[in-house]
Design a binder for this molecule. Structure first.
Ligand code: VGL
Ligand code: ZN
Length: 211
């Protein structure tokens, strides 16, 4: 069975000093580089997503007359109002400088539609439009995805749930994820939810033993 490593949103804005910095976010970069090396050694494709918003994106609190980090509604869907982050072409949207981007086989962009947020690397939050990721993985005959990245309780969680729904086997690299934790325990609950839905949760060292 062919596998792909899927690295979620390892971008400056989710790391130390970023607009939407996740606690210990930087610690995922070293794990990602180790996972990339192990996967390349085992001939496993490496794919990354980038949160890629236009400056007028309505998930940004300032663009929706809302206060950052509070809850509202966007296009009929529950929405956390975020600080401005991952604006297309800006430093915050770049991959973390230490990430081994030379090893990436494919990059999928998400969140380009100003009117709706897009946590999953497969669909927007209303599943109204798909990204190019599923088509690309199908072309490559991938049946198993190994997922890690930022943030556990948003983009990682929804990418994993969609991958399972699309019929992929999913391994979540637990030590390769960090969460926003707007409410304490959100990351733990997200991991439980992914596991309940059928994801296998492993640490990198366990995964490496199976490659
Ligand atoms: C993310 C909040 C807003 C993420 C993206 O990558 O988890 N979270 N945009
Ligand atoms: Zn975003």
């Amino acid at each position: 069975m062919k596998s792909a490593l899927l690295l979620i949103d390892l971008q400056n804005d989710f790391c130390h000093g970023g607009a939407l910095a996740v606690a210990e976010g930087d610690e995922t970069i070293n794990i990602a580089n180790l996972a990339i090396a192990a996967c390349r050694h085992a001939n496993i494709t490496v794919v990354a997503s980038q949160d890629w918003h236009p400056a007028d994106h309505r998930s940004f609190a300032v663009n929706s007359q809302a206060e950052a980090w509070t809850l509202g509604e966007l296009d009929g869907l529950p929405q956390v109002w975020w600080p401005v982050h991952c604006v297309q072409g800006q430093h915050g949207a770049d991959f973390h400088p230490d990430l081994n981007t030379a090893a990436l086989d494919y990059i999928v962009y998400k969140g380009q539609d100003s009117a709706i947020d897009s946590y999953s690397a497969f669909y927007d939050n209303g599943k109204r439009a798909a990204t190019l990721l599923h088509d690309w993985l199908q072309q490559a005959q991938i049946e198993h995805v190994i997922v890690m990245g930022l943030a556990t309780d948003y983009c990682v969680k929804f990418s994993v749930l969609d991958a399972l729904e699309l019929g992929y086997q999913v391994t979540l690299l637990g030590d390769g994820c960090r969460g926003v934790n707007l409410e304490p325990g959100d990351s733990k609950r997200a991991i439980d939810e992914m596991q309940q839905a059928g994801a296998k949760v492993q640490n990198l060292s366990e995964l490496v033993g199976t490659l």
